[in-house]
Write a protein that binds this ligand. Structure first.
Ligand code: NAD
Ligand code: DAU
Length: 353
């Protein structure tokens, strides 16, 4: 038995693949990833000789390839992580976001539905399409608004969140129209190992260590609800195993923090674990820069539904998760060097072609 994971060389996808395969009784994984700038097979280096992991470089929008993989491996589930994921990039160039997040998801749904229609009744009943989405589809909260529940209206504000919202709508429609067995999860900001350093937390850790400015957009009072990536992986496993078809589940960390506080916390941890040569705090490197256009002020997830219905709660607090994360970056300078120099891409060419 196999499951098909898309985007499994990215940040969350690779954490999910490693986590899933750590259980010897779990199914094998076919990992379909295009290896954009965000895909990094070095994340999966420990699986190099693992026969339960089959890596395929390719696009979720490639109909011929997706159909071939479904027919060849007959996966009992698809977990769709593949996406363009960075809000700032979507502002500079939205086209790839429309292509992958909307058209790619559409193609995956259509190929999977066609495949599902050919299955025998037991296999058909077991089949799942799990779509991984974001809290950004709900838009922006004021300081006093209640946290997002699954019934909040969709109000996306960036090209990224609009493209994710569109994909969520397609997934929903495939359930209602065709009875295709889907579940969707909308989660908050993840952080942890293998996070690409274009996103706030890894960028700040790397810039701090490299004596560079720590850029804070606007006033730094935007709030995000931080979720340790290992907790996200365990939530997806729960939803895949026990989630109700056609339902959506919000996944959050119960960890609302203002960006400036997140950055100050990282500085404090680095001050303890790897003090600067001059013994001054890394906080000295904090620099306020121009704000992101259309910057959402606050996200917060009400994760009561998944707790009540599936018994899932995050294991990490922000304090425990951020400490582990900073330590991971300190311990993995080779991974960082590969990402920063871009050499991880050469290594992939050598290793897999
Ligand atoms: P990421 O950018 O780190 O990784 C995305 C992966 O998808 C990369 O490996 C990339 O090569 C691959 N990919 C891109 N286009 C593809 C295509 N057309 N075909 C096949 N593979 C393709 O993203 P991430 O942070 O790991 O996010 C994974 C998913 O989770 C995304 O759907 C994202 O919207 C969602 N999400 C992320 C967060 C977060 O905080 N990172 C929070 C909520 C939801
Ligand atoms: O909420 C879930 C979303 O979280 C996911 O859907 C996205 O894929 C993921 O990228 C993330 O989006 P954000 O825009 O919230 O993440 P990012 O790390 O880019 O920024 C976090 C906050 O920090 C945001 O308010 C912008 C701010 N920021 C970011 C960067 C890169 C800065 O102040 N300075 C920076 O240099």
């Amino acid at each position: 038995m196999m499951i098909l994971v898309t985007g499994g060389a990215g940040f969350i996808g690779s954490n999910f693949v490693l986590d899933w395969l750590a259980d010897p009784s779990a199914e094998g994984i076919i990992n379909l990833d295009k290896l954009t700038y965000a895909g990094n097979l070095a994340n999966l280096a420990s699986l190099e000789h693992n026969p339960r992991h089959i890596f395929v470089q390719g696009d979720i929008g490639d109909q011929g390839l997706v159909k071939k993989l479904l027919a060849q491996y007959q996966p009992r589930a698809i977990v769709n992580f593949a996406a363009e994921s960075h809000v700032d990039r979507s502002i500079h160039g939205p086209a790839d976001f429309i292509q992958t997040n909307i058209m790619g998801t559409f193609n995956l749904l259509e190929c999977a539905r066609e495949h599902w229609n050919t299955l025998e009744s037991d296999a058909k009943k077991q089949f799942r399409f799990h779509h991984v989405s974001t809290d950004e589809v709900y838009g922006s909260l004021s300081a006093t608004d209640p946290a997002f529940t699954e019934s909040n209206p969709y109000e996306p504000n960036s090209p990224y969140s609009a493209s994710k919202a569109a994909s969520d709508h397609l997934v929903r429609a495939w359930f209602h129209t065709y009875g295709f067995p889907v579940v969707t999860t909308n989660c908050s900001n993840n952080y942890g190992p293998y996070h690409f350093p274009e996103k706030l937390i890894p960028l700040v850790i790397l810039n701090a260590l490299n004596h560079k400015p720590l850029p804070i957009y606007g006033d730094g009072q935007q709030v995000r609800d931080w979720l340790y990536v290992g907790d996200h992986c365990s939530a997806i496993r729960e939803v895949l195993a026990k989630g109700e078809l056609g339902e959506t589940y919000n996944i959050g960390g119960w960890n609302e923090k203002a960006n400036l506080d997140v950055v100050k916390t990282i500085c404090q941890i680095l001050d303890q674990l790897k003090p600067r040569n001059d013994d001054k705090s890394y906080a000295k490197q904090i620099t306020f820069v121009k704000d992101r256009p259309g910057h959402d002020r606050r996200y917060a997830i009400d994760a009561c539904k998944i707790e009540k219905e599936l018994g899932w709660r995050p294991a990490e607090t922000f304090d425990t998760g951020i400490r582990k994360t900073v330590q991971w970056y300190l311990n993995n300078s080779q991974w960082i060097d590969g990402v920063v120099s871009g050499s991880y891409r050469d290594w992939l060419q050598k290793q897999y072609h």
